[in-house]
Write a protein that binds this ligand. Structure first.
Ligand code: GLV
Ligand code: MN
Ligand code: MN
Length: 425
């Protein structure tokens, strides 16, 4: 372990989490900073200010990804920490923010100790990780690694109809940097687990081995509006009923498949949405996830067959649009080993585990050795204003990030375990 006595300034990190959490604060202790809105801009401005104050050279690319670089003794791809600072509408203060601010804290700690590393160290936050306003999720990091063109991302319209391009211009984060620069030597994302496993098992640290596959689909259901009192049940073409049946089937598929299969209907909008009118229109989303691609496909196929039968039986038209589709991702085994070892060296209990949530790291894994560190979420709660992680766990996670990044940044050889410098498509 390089610099074994180096420790982050926990007070500074916690204060920054609080300060950033005040921007877009909502009742109950949570945060609403939907991607590319006014609150996101204010959050970005604050983090960019901190990055500059820490001496980082900050660049903003066409899609609004922000990267701050601290030089090393030699030029070349930096070792990067990062995550996102956008939130869902009912977000917590830790999701994403922790990874960005802990990365910044690593830089501050190196500065305070006067340590110059062999390779540059970078901190990044990527645009629209959540996907709550614009689909797909992880949009900025997907563009960064060349998985989606900047043009297609910029043309994407959000749930309010505004495009990514328009919103980036409005908030002034349509930067001049080329997407995907700089190349990355290795990427490590610290994140709250957002699930119950670590807390339930009394484990301090998750060494994340990969991310499960994600399938998001939007369905539009067109039926016929009619009088709720006079229309016989057999003569209805009820878009509301069809939406409810799909929601029940999503739960049924997950229940019957068991294992890692999960399914969620997170949004349904009915029209005209009145007590005494059969709905003629429904717009809904389905989120299916599984760690196994074959099983995820099976769940998708089963739902598609159900929906075709339902449309026939109810006499409604159901059309679908894919919002996001990502296969399961494996992280770099050598880097996962390294995180596990470093956690044990620091006296922590550690568990190798998959991530249920999507993360920017799953995109960076396409171009460089990548892995994640999880710290426990109290009650396993996330995407909820009650999201909370104990200060002591934040401290442990940030110090682990510090030690892993320091080691990666000091190595002259690529020793991440199968490490490769990033190459872009
Ligand atoms: C992103 O947070 C997701 O997993 O939905
Ligand atoms: Mn997140
Ligand atoms: Mn999230």
């Amino acid at each position: 372990m390089r610099h074994p006595n180096l420790r982050v300034n926990t007070g500074r990190l916690l204060r920054r989490i609080e300060d950033l959490g005040r921007i877009g604060a909502i009742d109950g202790g949570g945060v609403c900073r939907l991607a590319l809105g006014g609150e996101d801009k204010a959050g970005r401005d604050l983090v960019v200010r901190w990055m500059r104050e820490a001496g980082l050279t900050v660049s903003v690319d066409r899609i609004g990804n922000v990267v701050g670089v601290r030089p090393g003794r030699r030029d070349g791809p930096p070792v990067m920490a990062g995550s996102h600072i956008d939130t869902v509408r009912t977000g917590g203060r830790y999701d994403g923010n922790l990874g960005v601010l802990a990365g910044l804290e690593v830089v501050e700690t190196l500065n305070d100790a006067g340590i110059e590393t062999e390779h540059p160290v970078a901190v990044a936050f990527f645009t629209n990780e959540e996907g709550a306003r614009f689909a797909p999720d992880m949009m900025g990091s997907l563009v960064y690694v060349g998985g989606l063109s900047a043009e297609d991302a910029l043309a994407t319209a959000g749930i309010d109809g505004a495009t990514v391009e328009h919103c980036l211009q409005e908030i002034g984060y349509n930067g001049p940097a080329d997407c995907g620069t700089p190349n990355v030597r290795a990427f490590v994302e610290l994140h709250v687990e957002q699930g119950p496993v670590l807390e339930a098992e009394g484990v301090d640290i998750g060494a994340v081995e990969g991310v499960q596959g994600i399938s998001w689909t939007e369905y539009t259901i067109e039926g016929v509006s009619n009088h709720a009192g006079t229309t016989p049940m057999r003569m209805r073409h009820d878009a509301g009923y069809a939406a409810a049946a799909i929601a029940a089937e999503v739960r049924g598929i997950a229940r019957e498949m068991g294992g890692d299969q999960v399914g969620t209907v997170g949004a349904i909008t009915l029209s005209p949405n009145l007590v005494n009118v059969v709905p003629n229109h429904a717009l809904m989303t389905v989120d299916l996830r599984n760690t196994d691609e074959t099983l995820l496909r099976r769940a998708e196929q089963r739902l598609a067959a159900f929906i075709a039968d339902l449309a026939d039986a109810e006499g409604v038209k159901i059309s679908s649009r894919s919002l996001a589709r990502f296969e399961p991702v494996d992280f770099d085994p050598g880097l996962v080993d390294r995180i596990e070892r470093a956690a044990r060296d620091r006296g922590h209990s550690v568990k190798r585990m998959p991530s249920g949530a999507g993360h920017d790291a799953q995109m960076l894994a396409r171009v460089c050795p990548t892995a994640m560190i999880f710290v426990p979420s109290v009650g396993g709660i996330s995407h909820n204003v009650k999201e909370f992680t104990k200060d002591s766990d934040i401290e442990a996670g940030a110090n682990l990030l510090l030690s892993v990044l320091c080691d990666l940044a000091e190595e002259s050889t690529q020793a991440t375990g199968g490490a490769r410098a990033s190459t872009r498509p």
